[in-house]
Design a protein around this ligand. Structure first.
Ligand SMILES: [Zn+2]
Length: 499
C-alpha cells in the first residue's frame, strides 16, 4: 500500500499553472557545477528512470514520482515552475546552423538518443557539449535566466529527466477511425475530463477570460480569483467563500452528451475509471458509478466540518450558500449545547479534546466560549491534499491495466492530471478530444471540436448510437485533417436540414 499521507500535495484545482504545478520531483541537482560531474550528479535520478526505455518507470517509481515526494523546498518548486513555463513556450532555434543551438532535427536525434540510453548514459555522452547549447535540444533558450550557471544546470537536469519520461506518439494510431476501432476493441478505458465537457450546459470554465468565475471574483475587487479556494483564507474568514460560492453550486438537472457518452462506455462494460477535474458532480447525475469515478478536485456532493470533520450531504449547506450565510456544524452546536446544559467539568472537557488541536489550546479564548466549526464543501482547496483515492486508484490499478486513454475537454495544463500520460506505459494509446490542439503532451490522435460533437461521431463510427436531447435528429459532422498533421482532425457539425 502506498502511503500517500506522507506526501502533502498542494492542490492545483484552481491555481495558475505557474503557481501550482507541482510535478515529479526528481531534482537533478547539477549545482556541483563542473561539467565533469554532470553524469555523477544525475546518477541518482537516473536510477529511478533507467531500464527499459519504453517503460520509463515501474509502478512504484511512477507512484512515488507522481505523488511528488515532498514540497520540502521552495527552491525546487521554483525550478519546476520555471520548467513548466519553458515547456509551454519552448525555445525554437531560428537558424539551423547557429553555433549556439541545435537544429530541430539534431535536437530530435539527441532526444531519441536520450530515450534509448537513459539519463545517466546520456549525460556521459554529451559531456563535451556546452550546457547552454545542449539545453536548446530541450526547449531552453540559451539566453535563459541572467543567473548563476548552477541554476541553469539544474533546470537543464530537470528538463532532461522530463524529456526522458515524456510520452511519445505511437505511429500506428492516427485517424478518427483508428480512434473508433480502439473504442470498440478496448476493455479498460480511462477517461480524463475537464471543464470542456460541461460548457455546452452553460457552466463556464472557471478560467475563461470573460465569463469565468475567477474573472468575476476579480471584478468584485479581489486580487486573485483563486483566493476564494484558498484554505487559509477560508479558515481565517469563510465569508468570502460563502458570499461567492452561490455562483458555482452544482444545481443542474441535466448533463451533456459527453457525460452520456461516458455513461455509454460504462454501460458497454469498458469504462475503467473516469477522472474528472470538474466539481459540478454531473458525472453522478449521468449515472457514472461511484467506484469508477475519481473526482480529482473533490465535489459539492458532501461537506465537512472544519473542526470535528462531521460530514453531511452537500445539499444541506446549499441554502446557506445561496443566502450567503456561513454554515456552521450541527454536530458542534449540539455538543456545545449539551456541554452548556450539563454542569461544568473543565478538566474532563479538556481531556476530550484532540491532542493535536493546537488551535484549541488552553490559552485560546475559544476554550471558554466554544465555537462551532464552519462547514466546507468537500471540494479540494489550495493548500489541501488531493483525495488519496486519486493516487491509489491511478498507481495501484489504472496504471497497470488501462488499455486506452481518452482525454476530453481539458487543456491538461494543471498537474497532477497533466502528468498522467507520462506515467502510463507508453504503448497505451491516447486520444485527445477538445476544441484546441495540445502541444505539450504527445497524443496519438487529436480530435478537435466541441466534445459533444466529437464523441457523437466517435461513437457512430464505433457502431454505437449516442442519444441525447441536445443532439438533433439527423445530426452529422465533417472531419477534416488539420494542416497535414496526419493525426489532428477538425470535427465540425453539419446542419441537419442541409440535406
Ligand atoms: Zn463540527
Amino acid at each position: 500500500m502506498p502511503d500517500t499521507t506522507k506526501s502533502p500535495i498542494i492542490h492545483p484545482v484552481v491555481a495558475t499553472p505557474q503557481a501550482q504545478l507541482k510535478r515529479k520531483r526528481e531534482s537533478v541537482d547539477l549545482t556541483q557545477a563542473a561539467l565533469r560531474q554532470r553524469a555523477e550528479a544525475t546518477a541518482s535520478a537516473a536510477d529511478d528512470v533507467s531500464g527499459d526505455p519504453s517503460q520509463p518507470a515501474a509502478g512504484e517509481d511512477r507512484e512515488r514520482k507522481i505523488e511528488d515526494e515532498e514540497l520540502d523546498s521552495d527552491e525546487d518548486s521554483m525550478f519546476e515552475d520555471a520548467l513548466d513555463e519553458i515547456e509551454l513556450n519552448p525555445f525554437v532555434p531560428e537558424d539551423d546552423h547557429d553555433e549556439e543551438s541545435f537544429s530541430e532535427a539534431a535536437a530530435e536525434t539527441l532526444r531519441a538518443r536520450l530515450r534509448e540510453i537513459g539519463v545517466e548514459e546520456f549525460f556521459k555522452e554529451t559531456i563535451n557539449i556546452r550546457p547552454r547549447k545542449l539545453g536548446t535540444a530541450f526547449g531552453i533558450d540559451p539566453q535563459w535566466g541572467q543567473m548563476p550557471e548552477e541554476f541553469y544546470l539544474r533546470i537543464l537536469g530537470l528538463a532532461v529527466v522530463r524529456a526522458y519520461n515524456k510520452r511519445q506518439k505511437l505511429s500506428e494510431f492516427n485517424t478518427i477511425d483508428d480512434a473508433a476501432n480502439l473504442l470498440q476493441k478496448c476493455r479498460n478505458i480511462m477517461i480524463v475530463t475537464g471543464a470542456g465537457i460541461s460548457t455546452s450546459l452553460g457552466i463556464p470554465d472557471f478560467r475563461s477570460k470573460e465569463t469565468g468565475f475567477y474573472e468575476k471574483v476579480r471584478q468584485l475587487g479581489y486580487s486573485e480569483g483563486e483566493d476564494v479556494f484558498n484554505i487559509e483564507n477560508f479558515d481565517h474568514d469563510p465569508t468570502m467563500f460563502y458570499t461567492l460560492a452561490g455562483d458555482i453550486l452544482p444545481d443542474l438537472k441535466r448533463y451533456s452528451p459527453t457525460h452520456a457518452f461516458i455513461r455509454m462506455v460504462q454501460d458497454k462494460g469498458r469504462l475503467q475509471t473516469n477522472y474528472t477535474q470538474n466539481i459540478d458532480n454531473l458525472e453522478q447525475l449521468a449515472g457514472i458509478e461511484k467506484e469508477r469515478l475519481i473526482q480529482c478536485h473533490g465535489s459539492f456532493a458532501t461537506a465537512s466540518c472544519r473542526k470535528c470533520k462531521y460530514q453531511v450531504d452537500g445539499h444541506e449547506i446549499f441554502a446557506a450558500i445561496r443566502s450567503q450565510q456561513v454554515a456552521y456544524c450541527k454536530e458542534c452546536i449540539k455538543k456545545i449545547a449539551t456541554a452548556q446544559t450539563s454542569p461544568a467539568k473543565p478538566t474532563k472537557k479538556r481531556k476530550t479534546k484532540p491532542k493535536n488541536d493546537y488551535e484549541d489550546s488552553d490559552s485560546d479564548p475559544a476554550d471558554t466560549i466554544p465555537q462551532p466549526g464552519v462547514m466546507k464543501p468537500d471540494i479540494t482547496f489550495f493548500g489541501e491534499q488531493l483525495p488519496t483515492t486519486f493516487f491509489d486508484r491511478f498507481t495501484e490499478h489504472d496504471s497497470q491495466t488501462v488499455d486506452l486513454v481518452l482525454v476530453i475537454g481539458t487543456s491538461l495544463k494543471v498537474a497532477p492530471v497533466s502528468e498522467m500520460p507520462n506515467y502510463l506505459p507508453h504503448h497505451v494509446p491516447h486520444v485527445y478530444i477538445s476544441r484546441e490542439p495540445i502541444h505539450h503532451v504527445n497524443f496519438d490522435i487529436q480530435l478537435l471540436g466541441d466534445c459533444d460533437h466529437v464523441v457523437f461521431e466517435l461513437a457512430r463510427r464505433a457502431g454505437w448510437v449516442l442519444e441525447h436531447e441536445m443532439i438533433p435528429r439527423g445530426f452529422g459532422v465533417t472531419v477534416a485533417e488539420v494542416a497535414e498533421s496526419g493525426h489532428r482532425w477538425a470535427i465540425r457539425p453539419v446542419m441537419a436540414n442541409a440535406d
